[in-house]
Design a protein around this ligand. Structure first.
Ligand code: GLN
Length: 485
């Protein structure tokens, strides 16, 4: 067994019985990084010394035996838009190239307290805006299954790192699909929890009403373990839900006999890769064989989801990104002689093309005379999309769809055509607009490229998702496939 290709739930008992040490495990992961990172480019920042120190601390805890959690001693990667005290948090943007936060995001604090080992900060599309990680100002991350292809985005670094064995666990963030889409394209499991289930305190804001932190790991059981650590009410995030958190592992190893699985007819669209469709249909057959009842449902406002998202998300982004002005922190354009010039040059030089496009679109949608026609209209359609789901969940327990219309595309294939890029989130975006949870997990291959299936449930019903996902995963076994590097 190669340590880097195992899971937290396999490693935790070995660590606790002292069969292996965290130091040994962390070394194995760092060696793996040394070997494959030059080709994958998953990390913006590596923290090997910190990792070794944290591993030693974890070993001490494991030796003493008290305060041990299932994550104690387990290597973890963090998307580089979550604040980490003393560690660069760049959002893969020039404008934050030198930003070292003086505080930790709540999830980071929780993981420190649990004894996880931080191996580094992963690459993303600048400010999490994108679907391929090509919008990073730092580097080009490649898909470990095929180095000519993108890993998806925006959490492409986290997904690629997990797939390549460069970490055991990873965190991502998902505003319109940024955990699930890269999870699908890299053949790993990615959960976007309910809006408000995991604290956003310390997550650099892109679109605050949509952003959510979640997990990128190798299988459903690790998803449950990581969720047990990060899901909680947080007084530092006024949008976090004050709702009891269940033990997510209690949803594993149950039958799905009699569970009602809704399949929305709007999600099998023209332009979808037939091999992807085949894999997803086969997964739905598997669910039926496992005892689920499959029913066709309708989410009638699906066709408006992309337009609605790109109005809401850009409007919020234009407001959130106003803080990057060269005065407070981050990049400042050198040699400007008045403040207006400083603001404008800093932003012109600090932001990349896609971020500027979003700021302009959002500013336009919010401007006097257009606000009602665009932003307000989008908010109304967003309510209709939310209601679609509420109605659907009266007929079924979970909804199953493809995660993406195609497998991983080629580097450069969609960079000149933003609309094509936006369309790659067609199946994931509605979930964020509705605020509900959804997971993507591997359900087959298109040639050598992984394909993902998406399972959604009602708000705060992550447990239902995990139950169905775990049952499917055990039967199908695709989560055990790893790319050969
Ligand atoms: N791809 C979508 C976008 O570009 C979603 C990104 C995300 O979820 N952060 O906005």
């Amino acid at each position: 067994m190669e340590l880097h290709s195992t899971t937290a739930h396999e490693l935790a008992p070995l660590l606790q019985k002292r069969k292996i040490s965290s130091t040994e495990l962390t070394k194995a992961v760092l060696e793996r990084i040394e070997k494959v990172e030059p080709r994958v480019n998953a990390y913006v920042t590596l923290t090997p010394e910190l990792a070794m120190r944290m591993a030693q601390d974890a070993d001490q805890r494991l030796q003493q035996g008290n305060t041990v959690t299932p994550l104690t001693g387990i290597p973890l990667a963090i998307k580089d838009n979550m604040c980490t005290r003393g560690i660069l948090t760049s959002c893969a943007s020039r404008i934050l190239h030198n930003f070292v936060p003086p505080y930790d995001a709540t999830v980071v604090t929780k993981l420190r307290n649990a004894g996880a080992v931080f191996v580094g900060k992963t690459n993303l599309d600048e400010f999490a805006m994108g679907s391929s990680t090509e919008n990073s100002a730092m580097k080009l991350t490649l898909n470990p299954w095929d180095f000519e292809r993108i890993p998806g985005g925006s959490s492409g670094g986290s997904a690629a790192a997990v797939a390549a064995g460069e970490t055991i666990l990873a965190l991502g963030s998902d505003t319109g699909g940024s955990i699930r889409q890269p999870a699908a394209l890299c053949g790993v499991v990615g959960l976007k929890p309910t809006y408000g289930r995991v604290s956003r305190y310390g997550l650099v804001a892109f679109a605050s009403s949509l952003d959510q932190i979640g997990t990128l790991v190798k299988d459903v059981e690790d998803t449950a373990l990581l969720m047990n650590c990060i899901a909680a009410h947080d007084p530092m995030d006024s949008t976090s839900g004050n709702i009891p958190v269940p033990d997510y592992t209690t949803f594993l190893n149950h039958s799905i006999n009699g569970i009602k699985v809704g399949v929305p007819k709007e999600y099998f669209v023209e332009g979808m890769d037939p091999v992807v469709e085949q894999a997803v249909r086969k997964a739905i057959d598997t669910l039926a064989e496992l005892g689920a009842e499959i029913i066709e449902i309708s989410l009638p406002h699906t066709e408006y989801a992309i337009a609605t998202y790109y109005l809401c998300a850009t409007a919020e982004a234009s407001s959130n990104l106003a803080r990057y002005d060269g005065a407070h922190y981050g990049y400042r354009s050198p040699g400007t002689d008045n403040i207006v010039d400083m603001f404008s040059k800093t932003r012109a030089e600090g932001f990349g093309k896609e971020v500027k496009r979003r700021i302009m679109l959002g500013t336009y949608a919010l401007s006097a005379g257009y606000y009602d026609a665009y932003y307000l209209k989008a908010l109304k359609v967003r309510t209709l999309i939310k209601q679609d789901f509420e109605q659907a969940f009266q007929q079924c327990d979970v909804i199953v769809t493809p995660t993406t219309p195609t497998p991983a595309f080629r580097v450069g294939e969609k960079t000149e055509d933003p609309l094509q890029m936006y369309l790659s989130d067609i199946f994931t975006i509605s979930v964020n607009l509705a605020g509900i949870p959804a997971v993507s997990l591997p359900c087959g291959f298109a040639g050598s490229l992984p394909v993902g299936i998406q399972i959604m449930a009602g708000s705060f019903e992550e447990g239902k998702i995990l139950r169905v996902a775990h049952c499917y995963e055990q039967a199908a076994g695709f989560c055990r496939s790893r790319p050969t590097l």
